[in-house]
Design a protein around this ligand. Structure first.
Ligand code: AMP
Length: 390
């Protein structure tokens, strides 16, 4: 796939789709990680004398009241500070004023256009990939660079729409994600998958896609209890995904040698961090108990398997990591992977947050930032944002 390096940017109007969908509180940016992640591509375009035009969505726009909450102007201010240069900001997502601003730009200038989802107020034009809108935005530039990994699983006007109408390529952020994730297309063996998180339902596609490639799948988190239930083990008040017991049964029958389940768990009586907990063998869970973390014997069992792994993909925490008492299983395994330098990709969302809380995120081989996009990649699905560029 073409990257920004493959084009001459000199004096060109370069549209870059960024992911500035940052957490906001009272109009202020709470965490600027995503903005920092976008800087290498933006800086490269500046250094190569492009006129840099940035687009991004922020939050959801369903009604008039959502506009002010999701105004991108504070991102422009943050960008100015990070890039140490003035940033132009267009309040409008289209029209003469925006076009005049672009016409006035000098090489190396940077313009941020208002939240692309402002266009959703009138018939979801951005989110439904209105063809006229994609064509219009494409008409503003000479080249399109998609660097918003978090939205490549969606066909929006600001990614697929523009890419369908203009020379297109990916930026450094997407390139880095794809380089890391593509290791899983043809992984070195032993290839071990760690699956945790809450519901089996959300992970069926990932399990089905990876189980054929993996040598082992280590199950933890809330979803482990539906697998245990499928083996007729009593799980008390633990999380159960009733509708998917049959799916788990089928997996356990077909891949008996691959799927590993917890042998002990931390149980308690209420879903809180305040109650006392006990560690029990999975055969001993009482009716009034729920399992909120994997136990130390399971950690040991999983570490033995991981010790020989060449590649690991991990999606979903192994316990309720948001509670101090139940983050131990996840943290122990994270630490083991880091200490033993095991090539591990953390597959988005909560497991990346857990690694970040444990101060280990930057020590793993790759922490994928994509959330839904990462999951769909792991499911083996085609990603519209990339297909449009190919
Ligand atoms: P997911 O988004 O599917 O990866 O799920 C992440 C969520 O799973 C986190 O909020 C965890 O608290 C939750 N989780 C992990 N283990 C358990 C468990 N044993 N019981 C209930 N929820 C859990």
């Amino acid at each position: 796939m073409k990257t920004i390096r493959d084009f001459d940017l000199n004096d060109k109007k370069v549209l870059i789709r960024c992911d500035f969908n940052v957490p906001m509180k009272d109009g202020k940016i709470v965490d600027n990680t995503r903005i920092i992640g976008a800087l290498p591509t933006i800086q490269y375009a500046i250094d190569h004398n492009a006129k840099v035009i940035l687009l991004s969505h922020l939050g959801r726009i369903k009604e008039e009241a959502d506009l002010a909450k999701n105004d991108l102007s504070s991102v422009a201010e943050e960008l100015a500070e990070l890039l140490k240069k003035d940033i132009l900001f267009s309040e409008k997502t289209r029209g003469e004023e925006l076009e005049a601003t672009i016409d006035s730009m000098q090489d190396g200038d940077v313009l941020l256009i208002q939240n692309t989802r402002y266009e959703d107020l009138d018939g979801k034009k951005e989110s439904k990939n209105d063809p006229e809108l994609g064509r219009y935005w494409a008409s503003l530039g000479d080249l399109f660079v998609n660097d918003a990994f978090g939205t490549i699983h969606r066909a929006h006007a600001s990614n697929v729409g523009i890419a369908s109408n203009l020379d297109s390529c990916i930026g450094f952020l997407i390139e880095k994600e794809l380089n890391a994730l593509s290791i899983l297309d043809n992984p070195e063996h032993p290839f071990v998958v760690i699956m945790g998180g809450a519901k089996v339902a959300d992970k069926i596609g990932v399990i089905e896609n990876l189980v054929t490639k993996a040598d082992k799948i280590l199950i933890g988190g809330g979803m482990a209890f539906t697998f245990l239930k499928a083996k007729n083990i009593e799980i008390g008040k633990s999380l159960l995904d009733e509708e998917n017991i049959d799916f788990c049964k089928k997996m356990l029958e077909r891949y008996a040698d691959k799927i590993e389940l917890p042998i002990d768990v931390a149980v308690t009586n209420e879903y809180t961090n305040d109650e006392k907990y006990r560690t029990k063998s999975v055969d001993n869970i009482s009716n009034d108990e729920m399992g909120l973390d994997i136990g130390p014997e399971t950690v040991e069992k999983y570490e033995k398997i991981l010790a020989t792994a060449r590649v690991v993909i991990w999606n979903g925490p192994l316990g309720v990591y948001e509670f101090d008492k139940y983050k131990k299983g996840t943290d122990d395994i994270l630490k083991f992977i880091v200490d033993n330098n095991i090539k591990t990709i953390l597959g988005g969302g909560d497991i990346v947050a857990a690694a970040s809380n444990a101060g280990l995120k930057d020590k793993v081989y790759h922490a994928s930032t994509g959330g839904g996009a990462t999951l769909e990649y792991l499911e083996g699905k085609k990603l519209p944002g990339l297909e449009a560029i190919k």
